[in-house]
Design a protein around this ligand. Structure first.
Ligand code: ADP
Length: 501
C-alpha cells in the first residue's frame, strides 16, 4: 500500500486492516454494495500523490436506492423509536468513535494530509463532543402552547423531523463535517444520506461500520461516496430528499440552491466560503495577536472556511506585526502529517496546489510584497506542499484579497481609522467569521457589532464549540449549525388546533 512508503510510519492494525481488506463501497440499508454502474474513483494521499484506495462511485440509480432505504427507515423503525432511544444509539456511536479514534485519525491524515497530532487531539475529540452534545437534545425538542384569540380553541405546536436529509460535505475536516450533519439530523429524528467529498471518503466509510455496530436500523444512515457530478448533483435535484445540508464552496452552494428550487423545493442550509478579516489594534497584546493571526491562517494549511486571511493592523503596530509574523511563520515546519515535527501539512490535491500557487503569482505580479514564502515546497517528493505565505498589500481589489484561496496564504495591510477599517473589513461578499485584538473592551464590542460575520472572536481566533451556533452572513451561507439552532435547522413546526367546545 502506497501510504506505507512514508518514512517512519507505523500504522495501527485497524488502519491497515481497513485499507487492505475493507470494501470501499456504498453503504445502503446497513449493507456494503458496489455501485450499480460498477464505477469507482481513486482517493489519493496528498503527502505523496499515491493512490490510497479505489472507491465505489455512487450514480443516480444508487442515489435512488439510498433515498428509498432512508424513506423506509424514516416511516418505519426510526420514527417509532422513543427520542431517548435515538439518543442512546448516538451516545453508543460516540463511544465507538472514541474506541476507534486512533485508526480514524490515521485515516484522516492519510486521506486529507493534516498532521496526525491535529487529527488525533483536535478533530477526533471534537467529533465525539459534538455528537454527544447534539444527542443530548433528542428528548428535549419541545413545542409550545399558543395563546390564540379564540377562547374555545387550544393551540399547540410540535417540532417534527423533516424526513430524508442529504449531507454533502467537504474534505477539510472529513469526519467532523460528517458528524456535524449526522448529529443534528438523527437527533431530530430524520434519516440521512451522507456524501463525503471525493478527495476524502475513507473516514465516512469507516464510520458506517460503527453506525451499524451502534444499532441504528438499516437505512437510517447511508453513505454514498462520489464526486459532485454525478453524485452530489443527483442528491441536490432528487424529489425524494426533504432537506440538503451543505458545507463547501459558495459556487457549489449556489448550484445546490438552484437544483433545490428546480426540483422539490427541498430545505437547504449552506455553510460556505469565507475571507475573514482579523484586526489588530495597536493597544492589543501584540505578541498574542501575532500568534493568533498566524494560526488563524495557517492551521489546516489554510484550508479552513473561517481562516483569518485578511489581516488588518493599526498603523502604529504595523511594522512590529509584520516582522513578528514573518519570524513566526518562518519557524513553521512544512512536512507530511506523520512527521514528528510538522505544523503545516500538504494541501489537498495537485489541482488545489496549482490554484494556490496561481494566486500567489497573481499577487506578486499585481505588486503585493511577499513578506515570506511565495511558492511550492519542491523538496518534499510527490506531495502537494505550499510554503506558508504572507503578502503585504494596500490595494483591496487584488485577487489575493478578494478571493477565498483555501491555502496557506495571508494578506496583511495597515489601517488608520475606524471608518476606514469597518468599510474595508466588510468589503467582501463573505461573512463567515472575524477576529479582533485589543485591550479596549468597548472598542472590541463596537467592532463585533459592526463587522458583518456570523462569528466574531475577541482576543482569540478559531474557537468552535458544539454549544455555540455557527454559520454565515452574506454569501457565506445561512442556517446555524451547532447549539440548539442546529435542531431548528433539522425540524419543522406543526401547529395543531383543538376545538374544545
Ligand atoms: P471545496 O472547494 O471545499 O472542494 P466544493 O464546494 O467543491 O468545496 O465541494 C464540497 C462538496 O460539494 C463535495 O462533497 C463535492 O463533491 C460536492 N459538490 C461539488 N459539485 C457539486 C454539485 N454540482 N452538486 C452537488 N454537490 C457538489
Amino acid at each position: 500500500m502506497s501510504a506505507l512508503k512514508l518514512p517512519d510510519v507505523k500504522l495501527q492494525p485497524g488502519t491497515l486492516e481497513f485499507l487492505e481488506k475493507h470494501p470501499k463501497n456504498l453503504f445502503i440499508n446497513n449493507e456494503w454494495l458496489a455501485a450499480q454502474s460498477g464505477e469507482t474513483f481513486e482517493t489519493r494521499n496528498p503527502a505523496s500523490g499515491d493512490v490510497l484506495a479505489e472507491v465505489a462511485l455512487a450514480g443516480e440509480a444508487d442515489v435512488d436506492a439510498a433515498v428509498a432505504a432512508a424513506r423506509t427507515a424514516f416511516r418505519g423503525p426510526w420514527s417509532q423509536l422513543a427520542a431517548a432511544d435515538r439518543a442512546a444509539r448516538l451516545f453508543k456511536l460516540a463511544d465507538l468513535i472514541d474506541a476507534h479514534a486512533d485508526a480514524l485519525a490515521e485515516l484522516e491524515t492519510l486521506d486529507n494530509g493534516k498532521p496526525l497530532r491535529v487529527a488525533r487531539r483536535g478533530d477526533l475529540p471534537y467529533v465525539t463532543k459534538h455528537l454527544r452534545y447534539q444527542a443530548g437534545w433528542a428528548d428535549k425538542i419541545e413545542g409550545s402552547t399558543v395563546p390564540v384569540t379564540y377562547p374555545d380553541q387550544f393551540v399547540y405546536t410540535r417540532r417534527e423531523p423533516l424526513g430524508v436529509v442529504a449531507g454533502i460535505i467537504p474534505w477539510n475536516f472529513p469526519l467532523l463535517m460528517a458528524i456535524w450533519k449526522l448529529g443534528p439530523a438523527l437527533t431530530a429524528g430524520n434519516t440521512l444520506i451522507l456524501k463525503p467529498a471525493e478527495q476524502t471518503p475513507l473516514t465516512a466509510l469507516y464510520l458506517a461500520d460503527l453506525v451499524k455496530e451502534a444499532g441504528f436500523p438499516p437505512g437510517v444512515v447511508n453513505v454514498l461516496p462520489g464526486p459532485g457530478l454525478p453524485t452530489g448533483a443527483a442528491l441536490a435535484k432528487h424529489m425524494g430528499i426533504d432537506k440538503l445540508a451543505f458545507t463547501g464552496s459558495t459556487e457549489v452552494g449556489r448550484k445546490i440552491m438552484e437544483a433545490a428550487a428546480n426540483s422539490n423545493l427541498k430545505r437547504v442550509s449552506l455553510e460556505l466560503g469565507g475571507k475573514s478579516p482579523n484586526v489588530i489594534f495597536a493597544d492589543a497584546d501584540v505578541n498574542a495577536a501575532i500568534r493568533g493571526a498566524q494560526w488563524a491562517v495557517f492551521s489546516t494549511a489554510g484550508q479552513e472556511c473561517v481562516a483569518g486571511t485578511r489581516l488588518f493592523v493599526e498603523r502604529a503596530a504595523y511594522e512590529q506585526v509584520v516582522e513578528g509574523l514573518k519570524a513566526q511563520v518562518e519557524k513553521m515546519v512544512v512536512n507530511h502529517g506523520f512527521a514528528e515535527k510538522v505544523h503545516v501539512g500538504p494541501v489537498i490535491t495537485e489541482q488545489q496546489m496549482s490554484r494556490i500557487v496561481g494566486y500567489i503569482e497573481e499577487g506578486k505580479k499585481a505588486g503585493a510584497e511577499v513578506v515570506t514564502g511565495g511558492g511550492r515546497v519542491e523538496e518534499l517528493g510527490g506531495g502537494y506542499f505550499v510554503q506558508p505565505t504572507v503578502f503585504a498589500y494596500q490595494d483591496d481589489s487584488l485577487s489575493i484579497v478578494t478571493d477565498e484561496i483555501f491555502g496557506p496564504v495571508a494578506a496583511v495591510t495597515a489601517f488608520d481609522d475606524w471608518d476606514e477599517l469597518i468599510a474595508r473589513a466588510n468589503n467582501t461578499i463573505y461573512g463567515l467569521a472575524a477576529g479582533v485584538w485589543t485591550r479596549d473592551i468597548g472598542k472590541a464590542h463596537r467592532y463585533a457589532h459592526a463587522v458583518q460575520a456570523g462569528t466574531v472572536w475577541i482576543n482569540g481566533y478559531g474557537m468552535i464549540d458544539p454549544a455555540a451556533p455557527f454559520g454565515g452572513y452574506k454569501q457565506s451561507g445561512f442556517g446555524r449549525e451547532m447549539g440548539k439552532e442546529a435542531i431548528e435547522l433539522y425540524t419543522q413546526v406543526k401547529t395543531v388546533w383543538v376545538g374544545m367546545q
